[in-house]
Write a protein that binds this ligand. Structure first.
Ligand SMILES: [Zn+2]
Length: 200
């Protein structure tokens, strides 16, 4: 049986979610219709409220329901450190480690001119301004070790690495914990041997 227009629209909206393909989207759409109407409408309302109340912080671009965001307002953080990430989700992941106490800057996208994401789309001039204004001493590039990530890292290092008093670092790209060398890709193994560190 074919889905009617309303259900087809719902399915297509659900397909925008990460990891949701055609079949899963159809299952979710029918599941929502079969569920308690009150619960589903309350879910729809929560989504609406969250989307309407959140915007990018004007300083760091983190999605926040306050302006500026709570991290930019937190004076107890280490102002010498600025961690550059692709999106707000990465900020949550880094915060959960409990190992970082500096500020953040969200690029929004990685550099990928073929897909329409050039220098202007990754907010590079805004990043340069924040780095100057905050007198940052270390910029940590916490970006994906992918082709786009590497291109972005190279560009930022070229643009912001001219100041000798400022350090630019990147996350190590070694072997993941619990992994097995036998099943590691040669790129990962190559990175791991190049970025080896002393244990004595
Ligand atoms: Zn902020």
């Amino acid at each position: 049986m074919l889905l009617n227009k309303t259900l087809e629209d719902l399915k297509n909206s659900l397909k925008q979610l990460p990891g949701v393909g055609d079949k899963t989207a159809q299952r979710y759409a029918l599941h929502l219709l079969n569920s308690d109407k009150g619960h589903v409408l309350s879910l729809a309302d929560s989504i609406k409220q969250a989307v309407e109340k959140h915007d990018n912080c004007s300083s760091c671009n983190i999605l926040s329901d306050t302006e500026p965001c709570p991290i930019c307002l937190d004076n107890s953080r280490d102002g010498k450190l600025l961690c550059v990430v692709e999106n707000t989700y990465d900020v949550y992941l880094l915060e959960q480690t409990g190992d970082y106490s500096g500020y953040y800057f969200v690029l929004g996208h990685l550099l990928s001119p073929m897909d329409g994401y050039g220098i202007d789309e990754i907010n590079l001039s805004q990043l340069a301004k924040v780095v100057e204004e905050r007198d940052v001493e270390e910029i940590i590039l916490a970006l994906n070790p992918s082709t786009e990530g590497e291109t972005t890292i190279t560009l930022i290092a070229e643009e912001l690495g001219k100041n000798n008093n400022r350090k630019i670092t990147r996350l190590s790209t070694g072997l993941p914990f619990g992994s097995n060398i036998e099943y590691t890709s040669s790129v990962t193994l190559s990175n791991a041997i190049q970025r080896r560190y002393s244990i004595t």
